[in-house]
Design a protein around this ligand. Structure first.
Ligand SMILES: Cc1cc2nc3c(=O)[nH]c(=O)nc-3n(C[C@H](O)[C@H](O)[C@H](O)COP(=O)(O)OP(=O)(O)OC[C@H]3O[C@@H](n4cnc5c(N)ncnc54)[C@H](O)[C@@H]3O)c2cc1C
Length: 367
């Protein structure tokens, strides 16, 4: 029987970064993943290191976003040193063509010390000459970056394995093992693994593991479909958003276009309707994309939460079961919030001064 200090249930970005934090603090860590690590929502995402309309989010989201945004370049460089892999952290900025909320956006940026400018039509075209600009103004956030999330996940896996973290793939957790008030481990098809601390980081599937533990706040799958154009480098240089649709140019010229927000249960299939919608929105923004091949079309399941939660994830210890921790519910911003979420949970576990106030993320009162 395998014994470890910590079990991380789920090998998405949240689970892998949590494993890294705990291991760096000196603990022995085992990540248990149903499939291969980093193949679900964290892989499917756009890798935009910002909420799409960042002024709309609650302070609890902004706090995790800002901490992570500062750390991402360091993480990218460290992973490159450790693994030789370039995870393509690129600070190419975010251009938002919706300006209906410009006063609110500018006030938020001013208060938060974030660089955000209102630019005119000529300046938009100067930034992005191939855009079909349908607005006279745009909001420009030059400091926003992107990351190539599939590469980030691969690099993290390599780094964790090299550092001695155990990763058990193709090993579905059937249930948690707990005594009256304390976690004892997990049950998989091939046997149990004992640990005095278990972190549930199972993304959209977290409820399956927590439902018998009085976790009444729903984590629900929210499907997001994306398409990938094969384009020549330089067609678009920045992340551009218009009416909830966006394009993200990768370094090799490929352009991601996303995304849908669908409440379709645990159904990860793609639809022709979404393909048409995404293509149409992307071509409306960048007409030259009409000539580009669509190389790939996929869907991922975001770990969504109730509307009232406003995208704030659950990070902390279960109020009744000692040693059972949760790091989940990151909905649309899990890539950008991941480093801070992992660090905050490690701070809570090791009783260190937390990087941000942990209260808004607590599951207290929901169990
Ligand atoms: C189309 C799309 C676009 C997105 N764009 C962005 C973006 O640009 N920026 C951003 O910040 N966020 C974005 N997101 C959101 C982000 O991807 C998620 O919030 C984040 O990846 C959640 O990470 P996670 O580790 O919790 O979940 P996941 O990556 O889904 O990982 C959970 C893991 O748990 C495993 N698991 C589940 N149940 C079990 C079990 N019983 N036993 C063992 N393992 C189990 C799963 O197999 C999976 O590997 C996007 C999401 C989608 C779908």
């Amino acid at each position: 029987m395998h014994v470890t200090d910590f079990i991380i249930a789920g090998g998405g970005l949240i689970g892998l970064l949590t494993a890294r934090e705990l291991h760096q603090a000196g603990a022995s860590v085992t990540v248990v993943e149903r499939g291969a690590t980093g193949q679900e929502s964290s892989w499917a995402g756009g890798g935009i290191l910002s909420p799409l309309y960042p002024w709309r989010g609650p302070e609890a989201v902004t706090a995790l976003v800002r901490w992570s945004q500062e750390r991402y370049p360091i993480l990218a460089h460290t992973l490159a040193d450790e693994t030789g892999m370039d995870v393509e952290w690129i600070q190419n900025g975010l251009l938002i063509l919706d300006t209906e909320e410009k006063e609110r956006a500018l006030a938020w940026a001013n208060q938060s010390g974030i660089r955000l400018y209102l630019i005119n039509h000529a300046a938009i075209l100067q930034h992005e000459p191939r855009l079909a600009v349908m607005t006279n103004e745009a909001l420009w956030l030059p400091d926003v970056a992107q990351i190539r999330n599939p590469r980030l996940l691969k690099a993290l896996r390599h780094s964790l394995l090299a550092s001695g973290v155990v990763i058990k793939e193709h090993s579905e957790i059937k249930g948690l093992i707990a005594g009256a008030d304390r976690i004892q481990g997990i049950e998989t098809a091939s046997g149990s693994i004992l640990a005095s601390k278990v972190v549930v980081a199972a993304g959209a599937w977290s409820d399956n593991l927590l439902k018998n533990f009085g976790f009444h706040e729903k984590i629900m799958p929210v499907r997001g479909q994306m398409i990938l154009f094969r384009a020549a480098p330089g067609l678009v240089s920045r992340i551009v958003i218009h009416k909830d649709h966006y394009v993200v140019p990768r370094r090799d010229g490929r352009i991601l276009a996303g995304s849908t927000v669908e409440y379709a249960g645990f159904d990860k299939s793609t639809t022709h309707q979404a393909l048409m919608e995404l293509r149409q929105a992307a071509v409306a923004l960048v007409p030259a994309l009409a000539e580009c091949e669509i190389e790939h079309h996929w869907a991922g399941l975001r770990p969504g939460t109730a509307e009232a939660r406003n995208g704030v994830p659950y990070i902390g210890e279960h109020p009744r079961v000692r040693g059972l921790y949760v790091n989940t519910g990151h909905f649309r911003n899990g890539v950008v919030m991941a480093p801070a979420s992992a660090r905050l949970l490690a701070d809570i576990i090791f009783e260190r001064a937390p990087i941000v106030d942990p209260v808004p993320y607590q599951i207290l009162g929901h169990c």
